[in-house]
Design a binder for this molecule. Structure first.
Ligand code: ATP
Length: 263
């Protein structure tokens, strides 16, 4: 579905991505893990068309898209949920959702946009009774849900999720990961960039490790979860949470993970 070959991208003089190769097949969750500054968000922004491709190829469903603009990429079926959610707090939840269909506004009647809002509210029921409220009133977890729901308004076949668990309380994190598994189970392919390596590897079909703008390791989620290299360098986040958590919180986390894995 998505094939990235030798991708280079960056900011001004700074070359951040230095030859990234990565594939996402239909119906897969592919996790991208890596330390702060490895280049995960830069890859997400380049895929979304917010940063230019300097060198290399990106193809989506067999078509090259390096020269395709950001709105057209959404219209083709690729949506991006940016790091930090980028919700417009002063706009209503409904209007934030409408923004998700903006790239397709010329071919969608108001009635179809309203139908899409109803459909995403069925998937994200917590948003349904908040549609008229300013999005800024929502909690962090609900705003993340809104950011994903906004992307779903474009009815994508591939979602690029950038750090969806960032800044959320551990109890909400399990809910977000459960939601991501739910989206995959409905047939949406997902590229999931995360610092929470433990949880993302647990739900991923396949995964890549990024270091200094390059892919240095890849395998199934389970292979990387079991790898001592990955454990030493990237599973510390979960360990820190576990070490500092109360027993009750630890149990809730473990329960969340079990639910995600076994439904
Ligand atoms: P994080 O989890 O901290 O977001 P990341 O893996 O997503 O990490 P990026 O945000 O892609 O990393 O950053 C990669 C490098 O690019 C870092 O050195 C960062 O300082 C730099 N960078 C990011 N955004 C910009 C920008 N707008 N201008 C210049 N440099 C940037």
């Amino acid at each position: 579905m998505l094939e990235i070959d030798g991708l280079h991208a960056g900011y001004g003089e700074i070359e951040v991505l230095r030859g990234v190769d990565l594939v996402v097949n239909a119906g897969e969750i592919v996790a991208l893990i890596g330390a702060n500054g490895a280049g995960k968000s830069t890859l997400a922004k380049t895929l979304a068309g917010l940063l230019p491709t300097r060198l290399g190829r990106i193809s989506f469903e067999g078509k090259p898209i390096e020269q395709v603009g950001a709105p057209q990429r959404i219209a083709l079926g690729m949506a991006h949920v940016p790091e930090g959610r980028q919700i417009v707090g002063g706009l209503s939840v409904r209007d934030n959702l409408r923004l998700g269909a903006y790239a397709q506004r010329h071919r969608l009647a108001q009635r179809e946009i309203a139908q899409r809002i109803s459909a995403v509210c069925q998937q994200f029921p917590a948003l349904d009774h908040r549609l008229g409220e300013p999005a800024g009133n929502l909690s962090g977890g609900q705003q993340q849900m809104l950011a994903i729901a906004r992307a779903m308004m474009a009815q994508p076949r591939l979602l690029v999720l950038d750090e969806p668990s960032l800044g959320l309380a551990p109890t909400l994190v399990a809910g977000i990961f459960r939601m991501i598994v739910g989206l995959r189970n409905r047939g949406i392919a997902i590229l999931l960039s995360e610092q929470n390596a433990r949880m993302s590897l647990a739900i991923a079909d396949r995964a890549y490790v990024m270091e200094m703008g390059r892919i240095t390791l890849q395998g199934t989620g389970k292979e990387l979860l079991d790898s001592s290299d990955v454990a030493g360098r990237y599973l510390g986040v979960g360990q820190k949470i576990a070490a500092s958590a109360t027993d009750e919180r630890r149990m809730r986390l473990a329960r969340g993970l079990k639910e995600i894995l076994h439904g």
